[in-house]
Write a protein that binds this ligand. Structure first.
Ligand SMILES: Cc1cc2nc3c(=O)[nH]c(=O)nc-3n(C[C@H](O)[C@H](O)[C@H](O)COP(=O)(O)OP(=O)(O)OC[C@H]3O[C@@H](n4cnc5c(N)ncnc54)[C@H](O)[C@@H]3O)c2cc1C
Length: 540
């Protein structure tokens, strides 16, 4: 067995994740006087969905009343709640709506530039919204540089290439975390307050629009530590263009032209999935308003129809459906008048349940950004993740700083660190194991059984497959421990999502159950929580 090195660090506030939320939390904690250490499995201001982004811009909803003078935080709040279809934590939604613009001005103070025409900001209407309150960043290089510089100027310590694998918890209080640095460096960080900001988990699906590292580690870290998860069944699926190596968003403008969707047998199939053919026009009109799939309007038949043809195998080699158009009024040019289209996973609407201070159910463990749940519901207002990451990130950093003066040592937390070290050593072996087949198996399964179309028997069989994959993994020793740990965590995350999707026997927002196609407010009108104790109950 090869040797592991060991390193130890201490901090007042440990921030796990160096995306927009983690860095905003780190800045707030530092400005509140705490000694801050940021840890990231990738690079600062490079890794994560914020910075490693397919788009060259970030949309940011903030009610400033510029373009639409009647806009205000109350209207912003109301739209978040309306889109959430009963699944939003109103306190968090209000926090975001009320503070979104102040946090945007912070970003400007860090150097982030937002697009302007003359002396006016460019402001658009975001997905699902009715009001032009979305600001747009000028370019990603400027966003990355601004965050990097503000972190450097404040002298915030950063540990890159370090993957956290366990939170140190005793008596339901968090005392820091441990993980792997480089290939086999064991790192222990003790801190009286910890902020989890590890981003979303779209990369557990075969086709996705997120960076490869978006494997949702934080949901699992928090869950294993005893924190509750909310709304895990609500995941955004968008139409994109395969294959993965060339993937991109399908611009919604395409629906202006009344496109034709054609399978590999050259059959135009959408009308087959409609209750009434007239709805097709309405569906295209509704689809123009939002990029993510939702069961809330007629546009659902488009995504469901495409997904059904894909599942029936009537696809191109890239598992796509062909999109053709006769006219061009949208300005979206298709090479040879044709594109391939398939459903792609995007952001998670749910995550770790937090209170108004951004604290999870585990004392001194805070969460912000995509890993935190409650600020969004069954559907999410487009461009609302960025303000949530800044508002809740700032709140988490400040709250964590208030705990930074406590003693961080606890003998049982130290035992937990040693246990994790032994676990990592026990899976370490001399051979490099190729996990690509297992990963592919998991991702294809999640894509087919849990993205757009969900059905009870498919979800249950997927859960059984996860158990089998876990059994196989338990036999493995390997030199690539980080890949092993990531795969194990992805299996747990998939289990959490499948279990939540199985429990919600209705269709609402982004969650569509083919066997329960209607919304059922009577039985499922409230958000569902997943805890360690409740998971097994959900799976049977
Ligand atoms: C293509 C694309 C476009 C988008 N456009 C918009 C938009 O315009 N407006 C909007 O509001 N939202 C948008 N979103 C969503 C939004 O960008 C993300 O939800 C948000 O950036 C997430 O920020 P975050 O800080 O929570 O996480 P991320 O930016 O994903 O950062 C996560 C960080 O955690 C680190 N990390 C992860 N796991 C570990 C671990 N185990 N140990 C240590 N570190 C770890 C990573 O290295 C990274 O530094 C978009 C998403 C995508 C994919």
């Amino acid at each position: 067995m090869s040797d592991w090195s060991k390193e130890e660090y201490k901090a007042g506030v440990l921030v796990i994740g160096a995306g927009a939320a983690g860095l905003r939390a780190a800045i707030a904690a530092k400005d509140s006087g705490a000694d801050v250490l940021v840890v990231a499995k990738g690079k600062l201001a490079v890794s994560g969905a914020t910075f490693d982004n397919l788009d060259n811009e970030l949309n940011y909803q903030a009610a400033a009343g510029f373009r639409d003078k009647s806009d205000n935080p109350e209207k912003h709040f109301q739209e978040i709640v309306d889109m959430g279809l009963g699944m939003v934590n109103n306190e968090l939604a209000w926090l975001v709506a009320q503070n979104a613009y102040d946090r945007l001005t912070d970003l400007e103070a860090y150097g982030v530039r937002f697009k302007r025409e003359g002396d006016k900001y460019v402001q658009l209407v975001g997905c699902f919204s009715n009001i032009p309150r979305t600001f747009i960043t000028e370019d990603m290089a400027n966003v990355r540089d601004s965050f990097r510089q503000v972190v450097e100027r404040r002298g915030i310590r950063v540990l890159e290439d370090t993957q956290i694998t366990r939170l140190l918890v005793a008596d339901n209080r968090c005392y820091g975390a441990v993980g792997v640095r480089g290939e086999q460096g064991f790192v222990k960080i003790t801190a009286p307050a910890t902020v989890l900001a590890t981003g979303g988990g779209g990369a557990i699906f075969q086709y996705n629009l997120v960076p490869a590292g978006a494997t949702g580690d934080g949901y699992v870290l928090g869950f294993e530590a005893g924190a509750g998860l909310i709304n895990m069944e609500f995941i955004q699926a968008m139409l994109g263009t395969p294959p993965m190596e060339k993937r991109n968003f399908l611009p919604t403008g395409i629906f202006k032209d009344g496109p034709h969707f054609v399978n590999c047998l050259n059959e135009e199939f959408l009308e087959k999935y409609y209750p009434a053919p007239d709805l097709l026009r309405n569906a295209y009109k509704a689809r123009l308003r939002h990029q993510p799939f939702s069961t809330r309007d007629e546009a659902k038949f488009i995504d469901i129809g495409i997904a059904k043809e894909v599942l029936a195998g009537k696809t191109s080699e890239n598992f796509g459906i062909f999109l053709r158009k006769d006219r061009d009024t949208s300005g979206v040019v298709l090479p040879n008048g044709q594109a391939e289209v398939a459903p792609f996973a995007h952001s998670f609407n749910g995550g770790l349940a937090i209170n108004f201070e951004a604290e999870t159910g585990v004392t001194s463990l805070f969460a912000a950004g995509e890993v935190a749940g409650g600020a969004h519901g069954a559907d999410r207002l487009g461009g609302n993740m960025m303000p949530a990451s800044q508002v809740i990130g700032e709140r988490a950093g400040k709250s964590a700083a208030l705990r930074a003066t406590r003693q961080a040592d606890n003998p049982r937390a130290a035992e937990s660190a040693e246990e994790e070290f032994q676990r990592l050593r026990s899976v370490t072996g001399p051979t490099h194991v190729d996990f690509s087949h297992t990963l592919d198996h998991l991702r294809w399964m999640m894509w087919k059984k849990c993205l757009v179309i969900r059905k009870g028997d498919n979800l249950s069989s997927a859960l059984r497959t996860i158990d089998n994959l876990n059994d196989i993994l338990a036999q493995v020793n390997c030199s690539n421990v980080r890949e092993y740990v990531t795969l194990k965590s992805m299996l747990t995350l998939s289990r959490l999502i499948l279990a939540a999707a199985l429990r919600r026997k209705e269709s609402r927002g982004s969650h569509y159950r083919e066997d329960f196609p209607e919304k059922d407010d009577k039985n499922f009108g409230k958000p569902m929580m997943t805890h360690k104790d409740s998971l097994e109950e959900a799976v049977v």
